[in-house]
Write a protein that binds this ligand. Structure first.
Ligand SMILES: Nc1ncnc2c1ncn2[C@@H]1O[C@H](COP(=O)(O)OP(=O)(O)OP(=O)(O)O)[C@@H](O)[C@H]1O
Ligand SMILES: [Mg+2]
Length: 224
């Protein structure tokens, strides 16, 4: 079995004086190319877990391995590089840049990596916008688009650097069931085609039930 992400005895405690233990001795392995969901009540630690998996946050104690490497052994700058190259994030709040148009937002991870965006990068961003059904919107400013359209741009952006892992935090949270279903299908299509590993935080049981593995967080513990 080839694990792309592995957490060993991970604990996460927020707060210094008043301690809030959000994750308690979490051990979890995510197989390369697998399609997973994370469910749990609001405040149970789903975003915290996802952020630790994506190296956006560190555990208080415990080990995190990404692609077999302990993140402690990777320096700060290379961590950022690994993150930008290997991981596509779809955040709970999309963090698009409202002043930029759709295509410029999709190109952002590429621009961070390469600085200069040539014609092929632009073509790829256009293809991704087409994939998420937004070809007509590519020149529109983000603030002129609906919440669902903005979320789709965020998904296209997450795919721009061909990540091996996509971490998505409530990607369908603001969408009606039809749009939620099409985002699910899109993720599956990408998973099938490129063997991209998916970890999707969701409140939507319909979506969770369609994933290959449901990881449940309760009282700081993870069960599947
Ligand atoms: N940066 C932080 N500093 C202090 N406490 C935090 C921080 N981030 C999260 N928490 C706390 O950790 C707990 C888990 O938060 P988290 O955001 O991981 O939950 P969640 O499962 O994603 O919730 P939701 O479904 O509402 O998004 C909550 O009690 C929250 O208040
Ligand atoms: Mg959350």
């Amino acid at each position: 079995m080839d694990n792309i992400i592995q957490l060993e005895n991970v604990n996460k405690i927020y707060g210094r004086r008043v301690k809030n233990k959000v994750l308690s001795e979490v051990n979890i392995s995510v197989e390369k190319g697998s399609f997973n969901s994370i469910i749990g009540a609001s405040g149970s630690g789903k975003t915290t877990l996802l952020n630790i998996m994506g190296m956006l946050d560190k555990p208080t104690t415990g080990e995190v391995y990404i692609q077999g490497k302990s993140i402690k052994s990777i320096g700060r700058n290379s961590r950022a590089a690994v993150r930008n190259k290997s991981i596509g994030f779809v955040f709970q709040f999309h963090y698009l840049l409202p002043e930029f148009n759709a295509i410029q937002n999709v190109l952002m991870p590429y621009r961070i990596k390469h600085f200069f965006c040539g014609r092929s990068a632009k073509r790829k961003a256009e293809e991704l916008l087409e994939l998420v059904g937004l070809s007509e919107c590519k020149k529109k400013k983000v603030y002129d688009l609906s919440g669902g359209q903005q979320q789709r741009i965020a998904i296209a952006r997450a795919l721009m650097n061909d990540p091996s892992i996509v971490l998505a935090d409530e990607p369908t949270g603001n969408l009606d069931s039809t749009n939620a279903e099409s985002i699910y299908k899109l993720f599956r299509q990408i998973n099938d085609k490129f063997s991209t590993t998916f970890i999707i935080v969701t409140h939507d049981v319909n979506i969770a039930n369609k994933t290959d593995r449901i990881i449940q967080i309760k009282d700081g513990q993870v069960r599947d």
